[in-house]
Design a binder for this molecule. Structure first.
Ligand code: CP
Length: 334
């Protein structure tokens, strides 16, 4: 299958067959990584990475991945570039695609990030990869699913996965991780339950798309405002904060940003009890696994006892799989 040049802005733009090729390649690359075999698929090739915000896993999986594939990644931030003086994403994409072999960017500003990446993709002659935007986090979705295959087997039909909002006081996290998960998992036959307080919905259009994906893929999708109910019988739980952006239309939010942020803060403080703890884990399947994209807000989203319990927590396998899936996408598209 020839995937060279294909943009990676959302897993939804990739067929299941294409995604299966990505998982096969990621598995092969992981095996070779463990055997310390060389995988010089991209000798002397260049990836430009543009980060508008912080990152540990994404930045390092991409940069280490490029090195391990024989190429090099430029670790750029907007303040190092003329972007900070307003250079258009279109111009940036045209220029960088003439100088290298791929461009990757993280831009999570609500109502802006995905538009930014889409404009780059429309103008780049080389693949554009999303390192997370305000709607999607496709590399995270791949690592999540690879981890699920490793721990639960590749036949994921009837697997019950709970994607739950959880309290956090670090920052207003984007919607992109849970939205990617609800779009992707049901395509593999997974039964997904989403739990969130009423003021923290996911975007309506994404939910509609995910419902269609579930219908086509043989999985299912259901919603509740009760975290306990969502944990009952779950094989995998993913408790994670997301901001209240989905409560607002994009234009409404952009026009009234300060008021929306204030309201989100007030709403957030009502839900300190949305935490993954022993009591909630006891409601789940006896072999339940905890996943989290990380960074986790320990003691708020999930207790240390659960996060550090090796019988339950597979979060570090999930984080490591960011490397193998990143290498797979880069190797196949660049
Ligand atoms: N999960 C994830 O995207 O982590 P970083 O923000 O550290 O890249």
């Amino acid at each position: 299958m020839d995937l060279k040049g294909k943009h990676f802005l959302t897993c939804d733009d990739w067929t299941k067959e294409e995604l299966d090729t990505v998982f096969e390649k990621a598995k092969e690359l992981k095996e070779k990584f463990y055997k310390e075999e060389l995988t010089l698929d991209l000798p002397y090739k260049t990836l430009f990475m543009i980060f508008f915000e912080q990152s540990t896993r994404t930045r390092n999986s991409m940069e280490a991945g490029m090195t391990q594939l024989g190429g090099h990644a430029h670790d750029l931030t907007a303040d190092k570039m003329q972007l900070s003086h307003g250079e258009a994403p279109k111009d940036t994409a045209i220029i960088l695609s003439r100088m290298g072999h791929g461009i990757a960017s993280r831009n999570c500003f609500y109502g802006i990030g995905n538009k930014y990446l889409t404009e780059m993709a429309e103008n780049s002659t080389k693949p554009i990869m999303s390192l997370q935007d305000d709607i999607y986090h496709p590399f995270q979705g791949l690592a999540d699913l690879m981890t699920i295959f490793e721990h639960c087997g590749s036949d994921t039909k009837n697997l019950k996965v709970t994607v739950s909002w959880a309290y956090a006081d670090t920052h207003s996290k984007p919607l992109s991780v849970p939205q990617t998960q609800i779009l992707l998992f049901p395509r593999y036959g997974i039964d997904v339950t989403v739990a969130h307080p009423k003021e923290f919905p996911l975007s309506k259009d994404i939910v509609e798309k995910a419902e269609k994906n579930a219908k086509d893929g043989g999985g299912s999708l259901k919603f509740t405002n009760d975290m306990d109910e969502a944990f009952e019988g779950a094989h995998i739980v993913i408790p994670k904060n997301w901001g209240g952006f989905g409560h607002y239309g994009v234009q409404d939010y952009l026009d009234n940003e300060d008021e929306c942020k204030k309201e989100m803060k007030v709403n957030l403080e009502k839900y300190h009890n949305w935490i993954c703890n022993d009591k909630r884990i006891a409601l789940a399947d006896k072999n339940v696994k905890l996943m989290h994209a990380l960074p986790a807000d320990r003691g708020n989203e999930v207790t240390d006892e659960i996060l550090d319990n090796p019988d339950i927590s597979i979060v570090f396998d999930e984080a490591e799989n960011r490397l193998h899936t990143a290498k797979s996408i880069m190797s196949l598209t660049m």
